[in-house]
Design a binder for this molecule. Sequence first.
Ligand code: PEP
Length: 252
Amino acid sequence: MRKKVVAGNWKCNTTLQEGVELAKAVNSVVKEKGANDVVVVLGTPFTHLSKVVENVDTKRIGVSSQNCAAEAKGAFTGEVSAAMVKSTGAEYVILGHSERREYYGETSEILNKKLALTLENSLTPIYCCGEPLEIREAGNQKEYVINQLKETVFKLNADDFGKIIVAYEPIWAIGTGKTATTEQAQEMHKDIRDAIAAQFGQEVANNTSILYGGSCNPKNANELFANPDVDGGLIGGASLKAEDFIQIINAY
Ligand code: PEP
């Protein structure tokens, strides 16, 4: 049975102190409410990982980086390897976010190296895919997104694919306040699940969590999460306010 997941992506926001306070605020409520069936993940900057791990109940809240290096180790100044992420106690790595693809030139080739290192280090990739506005306007979103998957995660074996979480994030909805309609989200999530079934079989598809990302907030989370193929959300802006993020967690 696939898990429901609500993951925050803090991006390049919060100082260490602010991040720890935010994590503590989420932790206290998640603990109190005992929202047992929703996996909660905090995607923090690298600098915050170990402190956030120390300040949350890691049985209830997973901690994630937002990236990792494409190399295992060595002379790559400024990079942070998957092994380093693992050593902080984090359990997840967000990979392939559209901002990384667009601003840092992350290609499928680079992402395949990162996926391999993430899995080798027993970290769970939260793998992002999603189309830009012009592709959506041309009606080619399905081919575009499935192709992103074919070039990367569909090259994994079924066993490794079974360890990943997929996040569908239409780029035109990220940080824009423009959310995909519930029909648009469900349609694409179903297309992704069908493509997973064709590649790896129905059982793997049924067990894969597919998250929606793109201006998800306390007002629309309920409707989005009610879709049969939407298994939670990857939340940017609204994950920076503990209250909003908690309301989204409780949207189930
Ligand atoms: C994201 O960046 O992953 C995201 C979904 O951002 P926002 O919620 O701010 O649109």
